[in-house]
Design a binder for this molecule. Structure first.
Ligand SMILES: [Zn+2]
Length: 137
Protein backbone atom coordinates (compact mmCIF):
# COMPACT_ATOMS: atom_id res chain seq x y z
CA UNK A 1 0.00 0.00 0.00
CA UNK A 2 1.29 3.41 -0.90
CA UNK A 3 -0.47 5.17 1.93
CA UNK A 4 -2.11 7.54 -0.48
CA UNK A 5 -5.81 6.98 -0.64
CA UNK A 6 -7.93 8.95 -3.04
CA UNK A 7 -11.61 8.51 -2.44
CA UNK A 8 -13.45 8.09 -5.70
CA UNK A 9 -16.20 10.66 -5.82
CA UNK A 10 -19.35 9.96 -7.74
CA UNK A 11 -22.03 12.15 -9.25
CA UNK A 12 -24.93 12.48 -6.78
CA UNK A 13 -27.39 12.08 -9.64
CA UNK A 14 -26.11 9.39 -12.02
CA UNK A 15 -23.32 7.80 -9.97
CA UNK A 16 -20.59 8.27 -12.56
CA UNK A 17 -17.04 8.78 -11.37
CA UNK A 18 -16.17 12.45 -10.99
CA UNK A 19 -12.94 14.09 -12.05
CA UNK A 20 -11.66 17.59 -11.42
CA UNK A 21 -12.33 19.86 -8.48
CA UNK A 22 -12.68 18.12 -5.13
CA UNK A 23 -15.90 19.97 -4.28
CA UNK A 24 -17.61 18.86 -7.47
CA UNK A 25 -20.82 16.91 -6.80
CA UNK A 26 -22.27 16.41 -10.27
CA UNK A 27 -20.80 15.57 -13.67
CA UNK A 28 -22.62 18.43 -15.39
CA UNK A 29 -25.42 20.96 -15.06
CA UNK A 30 -27.96 18.46 -16.42
CA UNK A 31 -27.29 16.06 -13.55
CA UNK A 32 -27.28 18.96 -11.08
CA UNK A 33 -30.67 20.30 -12.17
CA UNK A 34 -32.17 16.79 -12.40
CA UNK A 35 -31.03 16.08 -8.85
CA UNK A 36 -32.51 19.32 -7.50
CA UNK A 37 -35.72 18.81 -9.44
CA UNK A 38 -36.23 15.38 -7.90
CA UNK A 39 -35.07 16.17 -4.38
CA UNK A 40 -36.00 19.76 -3.71
CA UNK A 41 -39.37 20.05 -5.33
CA UNK A 42 -41.14 21.13 -2.17
CA UNK A 43 -44.12 22.59 -3.96
CA UNK A 44 -44.87 19.31 -5.71
CA UNK A 45 -44.43 17.42 -2.44
CA UNK A 46 -46.82 19.79 -0.67
CA UNK A 47 -49.42 19.34 -3.41
CA UNK A 48 -49.04 15.55 -3.30
CA UNK A 49 -49.40 15.55 0.51
CA UNK A 50 -52.52 17.73 0.45
CA UNK A 51 -54.09 15.60 -2.27
CA UNK A 52 -53.36 12.51 -0.22
CA UNK A 53 -54.94 14.04 2.91
CA UNK A 54 -58.14 14.99 1.09
CA UNK A 55 -58.35 11.55 -0.55
CA UNK A 56 -57.86 9.94 2.85
CA UNK A 57 -60.56 12.18 4.36
CA UNK A 58 -62.92 11.16 1.56
CA UNK A 59 -62.18 7.48 2.24
CA UNK A 60 -62.99 7.96 5.94
CA UNK A 61 -66.25 9.80 5.19
CA UNK A 62 -67.24 7.07 2.75
CA UNK A 63 -66.44 4.35 5.29
CA UNK A 64 -68.55 6.04 7.97
CA UNK A 65 -71.39 7.17 5.73
CA UNK A 66 -71.70 4.59 2.99
CA UNK A 67 -75.51 4.86 3.11
CA UNK A 68 -75.56 8.65 3.03
CA UNK A 69 -76.50 10.98 5.87
CA UNK A 70 -75.08 10.07 9.27
CA UNK A 71 -73.81 11.68 12.49
CA UNK A 72 -70.54 10.48 14.01
CA UNK A 73 -68.55 11.67 17.00
CA UNK A 74 -65.54 13.82 16.08
CA UNK A 75 -63.34 11.47 18.13
CA UNK A 76 -64.14 8.61 15.72
CA UNK A 77 -62.87 10.63 12.78
CA UNK A 78 -59.83 11.74 14.81
CA UNK A 79 -58.98 8.12 15.57
CA UNK A 80 -59.12 7.32 11.85
CA UNK A 81 -56.66 10.09 11.00
CA UNK A 82 -59.15 12.59 9.63
CA UNK A 83 -57.65 16.03 8.94
CA UNK A 84 -60.39 18.63 9.38
CA UNK A 85 -58.29 21.40 7.86
CA UNK A 86 -58.03 19.60 4.50
CA UNK A 87 -60.93 19.52 2.04
CA UNK A 88 -61.46 20.00 -1.66
CA UNK A 89 -64.26 22.59 -1.69
CA UNK A 90 -66.71 24.39 0.54
CA UNK A 91 -70.42 25.16 0.55
CA UNK A 92 -72.39 27.52 2.78
CA UNK A 93 -76.16 27.26 3.06
CA UNK A 94 -78.39 30.34 3.14
CA UNK A 95 -78.67 29.82 6.89
CA UNK A 96 -74.88 29.97 7.18
CA UNK A 97 -74.19 26.25 7.76
CA UNK A 98 -70.76 25.44 6.33
CA UNK A 99 -70.26 22.15 4.51
CA UNK A 100 -66.69 21.06 3.83
CA UNK A 101 -66.39 18.70 0.88
CA UNK A 102 -63.90 15.97 0.20
CA UNK A 103 -64.80 15.33 -3.41
CA UNK A 104 -68.24 13.63 -3.31
CA UNK A 105 -68.70 13.60 0.49
CA UNK A 106 -69.42 16.58 2.70
CA UNK A 107 -69.21 17.13 6.44
CA UNK A 108 -70.31 19.86 8.79
CA UNK A 109 -69.41 20.22 12.47
CA UNK A 110 -72.15 20.02 15.06
CA UNK A 111 -72.36 19.86 18.86
CA UNK A 112 -74.91 17.68 20.65
CA UNK A 113 -75.11 17.92 24.45
CA UNK A 114 -71.59 19.32 24.55
CA UNK A 115 -70.13 16.53 22.43
CA UNK A 116 -68.42 17.46 19.18
CA UNK A 117 -69.93 15.51 16.30
CA UNK A 118 -69.81 15.55 12.53
CA UNK A 119 -72.75 15.34 10.16
CA UNK A 120 -71.70 13.50 6.99
CA UNK A 121 -73.73 13.68 3.79
CA UNK A 122 -73.24 12.78 0.16
CA UNK A 123 -72.44 15.75 -2.01
CA UNK A 124 -75.60 17.38 -3.32
CA UNK A 125 -75.86 18.98 -6.75
CA UNK A 126 -76.46 22.44 -5.29
CA UNK A 127 -73.19 22.24 -3.34
CA UNK A 128 -71.23 23.30 -6.39
CA UNK A 129 -72.57 26.84 -6.20
CA UNK A 130 -70.24 28.79 -3.97
CA UNK A 131 -69.68 32.52 -4.22
CA UNK A 132 -66.88 33.88 -1.97
CA UNK A 133 -67.99 37.45 -2.71
CA UNK A 134 -71.34 36.89 -1.04
CA UNK A 135 -69.51 36.93 2.32
CA UNK A 136 -67.96 40.36 1.89
CA UNK A 137 -69.56 42.80 4.31
ZN1 LIG B 1 -24.08 12.70 -13.38
Amino acid sequence: MSGIYIEQRRCKQCGQNLTGRSDKQFCDTNCKSAYHYQNNNHEEMMIRDLTRYVRNNRRILKTLSYKGKTIVRKSVLDSMGFRFENFSSIYVTQKGVVYYLCFNYAFTPTIEKGIKKVLIVNKQNYMKDFDPWSFIQ
